[in-house]
Design a protein around this ligand. Sequence first.
Ligand SMILES: Nc1ncnc2c1ncn2[C@@H]1O[C@H](COP(=O)(O)OP(=O)(O)OP(=O)(O)O)[C@@H](O)[C@H]1O
Ligand SMILES: [Mg+2]
Length: 235
Amino acid sequence: MPALVEVKDICKIYNPGENEVRALDHVSLTIDEGEFVAIIGQSGSGKSTLMNMLGCLDTPTSGKYLLHGLDVSHMTDDEQSDVRNREIGFIFQGFNLIPSLTALENVELPLIYRGVSKKKRRELSIKALEHVGLGKRMTHKPSELSGGQQQRVAIARAIAQAPPILLADEPTGNLDSGSSREIIQTIKNLYAEGRTVILITHDPGIARQAKRIITISDGKIASDEINTDFKEEEK
Ligand SMILES: Nc1ncnc2c1ncn2[C@@H]1O[C@H](COP(=O)(O)OP(=O)(O)OP(=O)(O)O)[C@@H](O)[C@H]1O
Ligand SMILES: [Mg+2]
């Protein structure tokens, strides 16, 4: 079986020419289904650029990206967006919820674009919100929820259709330490349930929560190690 994620010698060069920035410089990595990986690096090291590649939000200047064995590095925008909808659940630092919609409607929204029927949308969204402990907050708008709860709505939205990959970019960046712990626990639970989680962060404390830690520096992979302190959740 092919690896879930296979990045082969990818470069991303912004502004080719004199002032070029090599945001990714010959990056190769493989991630298998069911892994829990943190990608850590300092500001400007290339984390978001790599996340955009992994999330099919951008294409590399050179190199290949295979997702489930399928070459997504040379697809058109439309083809990439199909793959993205099918394969990836995104969790962003800023939650990206729509203020005028309830928690339930926020979770339902992307399912509309994915052509899921109304009845099924409701069913999947309720299940996802219950899953993250928000069964009693479904009719609340984002402004009526705490930061941690808003991020859990965003997680429910990401997992509603059970995509194979969860891609989180600084998911606790806007949260206090208590809410951060809660969100990390929610993410760990999703891993324990068998999902593949890729967590992007600049914070070593957050990265240490993952089972494998990839360090990126100046657009290159500086290290890729199993976290020996990682403890599997009780199942
Ligand atoms: N659109 C762009 N055009 C030109 N240069 C860019 C562009 N986007 C990013 N860069 C440069 O590429 C490098 C990597 O940027 P990237 O956003 O991936 O870093 P990062 O690790 O996510 O940083 P941060 O932790 O601050 O979010 C940086 O030097 C940045 O200035
Ligand atoms: Mg970034």
